[in-house]
Design a protein around this ligand. Structure first.
Ligand SMILES: *[C@@H]1O[C@H](CO)[C@@H](O)[C@H](O)[C@H]1NC(C)=O
Ligand SMILES: *[C@@H]1O[C@H](CO)[C@@H](O)[C@H](O)[C@H]1NC(C)=O
Ligand SMILES: *[C@@H]1O[C@H](CO)[C@@H](O)[C@H](O)[C@H]1NC(C)=O
Length: 464
């Protein structure tokens, strides 16, 4: 029997399709490229504990703490992650202490002059920062604290402000306070001048969408989508379809905060930037999918799924050239730059999530390869990720790569959480023979409301 509930779509990729349509061999007994890894190839509990404790030690900046919160949600408290099948709507009110602690620290550090009337409640970012976007990465943790059923938490005021008030204040700052590009409507990644950075897509749209889901406000779900759309138009490079780290045309390129941009923006196709963008868009996708408004937003869902895959497909073109490790180079299309473990790890997490959202399993072989390489060669006995780009100096040469990456620690937890869910989703029984059949699941997208058939089924269909 043949099933035709999925369709292959060549849409945007004419030129790419032939290079990236991976012919995945039909499964051999227990060893297919999209089979779960061998347990010996996966982080064990002792390693994961260390990864987590190093993450705790290293995270200090706004976006690092926000990324840490997200990693903890995905890894330890999936009830609060729209990626998870257990995500509750309404959200469960027993908000974990660890998330509340992050929200509390954030409010303690929150700047005090947020409004003209001195109430400290006007539109304003959660933290003082040269980025208008990075503090918003903590928005979900703060919003969750406001939903706690514990009166000591939901009634708590820090410097006169409660969690709910701080979350609204952050939201309103994004919607009406932050600089915008006058032509495109892009909310700026920076405070002082309007500039788009790919990182924004993981910092801002997932928070705006989550807020929309929690409060039942579809206009926020749409705004989150719109910002992804605008950022893609602004940052996508035409030939490769990868995203630039920063936009080409900016009012002012010089950073006020000690960032060495050498007087010009980083317009390279930065691995971590592309992973931030793909991961952020997929979080928005999952949030819309879990909202009450998913049926009205079919087109938005379809586009987001497409745009995430656009980045993933374009990245795998360069991974193909680098079969040894499966890692992305720091500037994806510049094979002279070092292989970066941080961006690669977040991209692998995204590839597993694409499968779990029933969008495509085509990239599981790549994700598995990255996971294997990280676990085998890029983690120290103490739980530090090695070979990660320096998060503050993204354009260093190979021998100057970072020795510590706070965000890289969080990405490892995200990759593992996604992997674990993926492994659990794969049926235990394996085909016992090699069917000899081939399939080309380059990219297949279906209506998100229609359960998608998995790659495994595609292989099975091929022989019937
Ligand atoms: C990030 O979290 C750490 C650990 O709790 C804290 O010391 C630091 O102040 C936080 N950073 C910001 C910008 O809030
Ligand atoms: C990195 O910096 C070098 C030297 O300053 C420059 O030549 C190169 O174009 C930069 N790379 C990117 C991707 O910006
Ligand atoms: C994906 O498909 C599986 C199997 O049909 C189903 O259990 C799961 O709910 C689906 N996930 C999503 C996000 O649609």
């Amino acid at each position: 029997m043949r099933h035709a509930r999925f369709f292959f779509s060549a849409f945007f990729m004419n030129g790419f399709l032939s290079r990236t349509a991976v012919a995945v061999p039909a499964l051999m007994a227990r060893a297919g490229p999209d089979s779960p890894l061998d347990p010996s190839e996966v982080f064990d509990d002792a390693v994961l504990l260390k990864v987590r404790s190093v993450m705790e030690q290293l995270c200090t900046h706004s976006w690092e703490n926000g990324t840490k919160a997200q990693a903890l949600i995905e890894y330890s408290y999936p009830d609060y992650s729209p990626f998870s099948a257990d995500f509750g709507h309404p959200i469960k009110s027993n908000i974990p202490d660890e998330i509340i602690a992050i929200a509390r620290t954030t409010l303690q550090n929150r700047p005090t002059s947020q409004s003209a009337d001195g109430s400290n409640k006007g539109p304003g970012p959660l933290l003082q920062d040269s980025s208008a976007a990075d503090p918003a990465s903590l928005g979900i943790a703060v919003l969750l604290a406001s939903l706690s059923s514990d009166p000591n938490v939901f009634q708590e005021k820090i410097k006169g402000v409660g969690y709910g008030e701080a979350a609204v204040s952050q939201l309103n700052f994004l919607l009406s306070g932050a600089k915008r590009n006058e032509k495109t409507g892009a909310i700026s990644h920076r405070v002082k001048y309007s500039q788009a950075w790919a990182d924004f897509v993981s910092m801002v749209p997932p928070f705006i969408a989550y807020y929309g889901l929690v409060k039942g406000l579809p206009e926020h779900l749409r705004q989150a989508y719109e910002q992804c759309a605008i950022y893609r138009t602004t940052l996508q490079e035409d030939t490769t379809k990868l995203w630039r780290h920063m936009e080409v045309n900016t009012v002012e390129n010089k950073d006020e905060n000690g960032w060495d941009l050498s007087g010009r923006p980083d317009i390279g196709l930065w691995a971590t930037g592309n992973a931030w963008a793909a991961s952020g868009m997929l979080r928005v996708y999952a949030t819309i999918l879990k909202s009450k408004h998913k049926d009205e937003m079919g087109e938005e869902l379809q586009n987001l799924a497409l745009w995430v895959q656009e980045i993933v497909v374009a990245s795998t073109v360069y991974i193909d050239l680098n079969k040894e490790t499966g890692l992305l180079h720091n500037y994806i299309n510049d094979l002279a730059t070092f292989e970066d473990t941080a961006g690669s790890t977040l991209l692998a997490a995204t590839m597993y999530r694409l499968a779990l959202l029933n969008i495509t399993t085509a990239y599981i072989p790549y994700a598995n390869k990255i996971y294997r390489t990280i676990a085998k060669d890029h983690i120290t006995g103490g739980g530090y990720l090695t070979g990660a780009v320096h998060p503050l100096h993204f354009n260093l040469s190979a021998d100057q790569e970072g020795t510590q990456s706070p965000e890289g620690q969080a990405f490892m937890l995200m990759m593992h959480a996604a992997y674990k869910d993926y492994a659990a989703s794969v049926p235990k029984e394996e085909p016992t023979e090699d069917t000899g059949g081939y399939s080309q699941p380059a990219v297949f997208i279906g209506s998100p409301s229609v359960p998608q058939r998995r790659g495994r089924d595609v292989f099975e269909d091929a022989q019937t």
